[in-house]
Design a protein around this ligand. Structure first.
Ligand SMILES: *[C@@H]1O[C@H](CO)[C@@H](O)[C@H](O)[C@H]1NC(C)=O
Length: 207
């Protein structure tokens, strides 16, 4: 335990930008063949130097991610779209991002999950039901705003509606809403559960 603390501090103190596992689930009932993408980062008004003309590498409002998508058949589209998807950002495909059957990505691909353990698409993070679309990534929490960032769904070429998030989410990691936003507000290094077009939220630790 003691050495773990030292290691954690060593890493955090030296780099100042810890990569932590971060999960976002957005519940959205979809038809077979539909694909939900996530877009996000920080609203461009929140930091100096954020605008769409800036490259992803130097934009302070986009957040480096590494996807964790299992190689099952049901996820082959998401897997292809996750190749070269290095940021959670507010645009569609990144310059090096993979396509699938010649269809470009519309953001960061999420995967359809269920809480039914008999299904291949079961995910242990989903204790809720069918249609919980998941983004499971290692995220650079150093690029967030005090550990928080924003996210919105993108489906069939359409943005999710503006969100008025609850003043306080449920869950073990919930705090008072850290800022006002038209997006879901999520915590880096935690499991965040949202609902499409809805302000309800749960933020908790990984078990
Ligand atoms: C990736 O996802 C799998 C399955 O959900 C999980 O068991 C594993 O711990 C995850 N890996 C990381 C690095 O988060």
């Amino acid at each position: 335990m003691y050495s773990l603390l030292i290691l954690t501090c060593g890493f955090l103190c030296v780099t100042g930008s810890p990569n932590l596992r971060t999960a976002i689930l957005i519940e959205k009932r979809t038809e077979f063949g539909q694909n939900l993408f996530f877009r996000g980062g920080l609203d461009y008004s929140r930091k100096e130097g954020c605008d769409s003309a800036t490259s992803l590498e130097s934009n302070p409002c986009v957040i480096p991610i590494q996807h964790n998508i299992s190689s099952i058949d049901a996820y082959k589209a998401a897997k292809a779209w996750s190749e070269g998807d290095n940021y959670l950002d507010w645009s569609g495909a990144e310059p090096e991002q993979g396509d699938w059957t010649n269809i470009p990505a519309s953001g960061s691909p999420a995967i359809w999950t269920t809480n039914d353990p008999s299904k291949e698409t079961f995910n242990i993070l989903n204790t809720y039901g069918d249609h919980y679309w998941l983004l499971d990534v290692e995220m650079d929490c150093g690029k967030t705003l005090n550990g928080f960032f924003e996210v919105k769904g993108f489906l069939d070429g359409q943005w999710e509606n503006d969100i008025k998030q609850a003043r306080k989410c449920s869950g073990t990691e919930a705090v008072r809403r850290p800022f006002e936003s038209k997006n879901h507000i999520a915590k880096c290094g935690a499991k965040n559960v949202f609902h499409f077009n809805d302000g309800a939220c749960e933020i908790s630790k990984f078990d």
